[in-house]
Write a protein that binds this ligand. Structure first.
Ligand SMILES: Nc1ncnc2c1ncn2[C@@H]1O[C@H](COP(=O)(O)OP(=O)(O)OP(=O)(O)O)[C@@H](O)[C@H]1O
Ligand SMILES: [Mg+2]
Length: 234
């Protein structure tokens, strides 16, 4: 069986003495969209921060990405292996323009084949090209989210970590983000998507993990997950 792109096992994560993630086991295979759901404060963002080795999270356990054990690596080295991050709340620089955000991120792009360039992200998000000289603080919520995705893409990741990309967006923009996720996975990128908006995420998922109090309580295929949700709604 081919090795998973990302394989996490026995992961515990802490903020100081606060034990947030407990014995998490999770995998993402090549080209898959894996959904992580759970209510507020269940540890979803902490999971992504643990994968990226972001301080102040302290981790114990194994996180293997592309065959490489990353649990002792710095954020910089982990990201350079091919992980892109679209953080919750976008986290843009208010005074940097759209283009400056993208140029800075593109300068950290990896590998020889740079499929994602400024030109290709502008093709994907023509709105961003029109707003290329506008500061991050003056963009609409939808434009900010597109920029956050574009900024991650120009680093040419093999796995994109997305944290609640639909938060605070209109139905039209959410549909746009959804279409982009589909486009990316059909072109071979894997996505680990944290999302509370199930209307957005339900049809996208190849597999899903449900988090409760820092633990995985269900792991389901996309079909099982969709069937369960329909039952809950019925
Ligand atoms: N920097 C931090 N320092 C200490 N505790 C933190 C920190 N960040 C998060 N926590 C705590 O860790 C737990 C998990 O938080 P986390 O942000 O991972 O949850 P989440 O599932 O992403 O929630 P949300 O849906 O609100 O984004 C919560 O109890 C939270 O209060
Ligand atoms: Mg969160």
């Amino acid at each position: 069986m081919p090795e998973s792109l990302l394989q996490i096992s026995g992961l515990d994560a802490y903020y100081g003495k606060s034990h947030v993630l407990q014995d998490v086991k999770l995998a993402v295979n090549h080209g898959e969209l894996v959904l992580v759901v759970g209510r507020n404060g269940m540890g979803k963002t902490t999971l992504l921060r643990s994968i990226l080795a972001f301080p102040p999270v302290k981790r114990r356990g194994s996180i293997v990405f592309e065959g490489c054990e990353t649990s002792r690596m710095t954020t910089h080295r982990v990201a350079a292996l091919g992980l892109g991050y679209v953080p919750q709340g976008r986290l843009l620089f208010p005074s940097l323009t759209v283009e400056e955000h993208l140029r800075f991120a593109a300068s950290r792009s990896r590998g020889q084949e740079k499929a994602w360039t400024l030109k290709s992200v502008y093709d994907l998000f023509p709105e961003l090209q029109q707003r290329s000289q506008v500061g991050g603080g003056r963009l609409s919520g939808g434009e900010q989210q597109m920029l956050a995705v574009a900024r991650a893409l120009v680093t040419n990741p093999t796995l994109l970590l997305m944290d609640e990309p639909s938060e605070g967006l209109s139905v039209q923009v959410i549909q746009r983000v959804k279409d982009v996720c589909r486009h990316l996975t059909s072109s071979g990128m894997a996505i680990l998507l944290v999302e509370q908006n199930l209307d957005m995420a339900l049809n996208l998922a190849d597999r899903a993990y449900v988090f409760l109090n820092g633990q995985v309580v269900y792991e389901e295929s996309g079909e099982e997950f969709r069937a369960d949700r329909k039952r809950v709604r019925a």
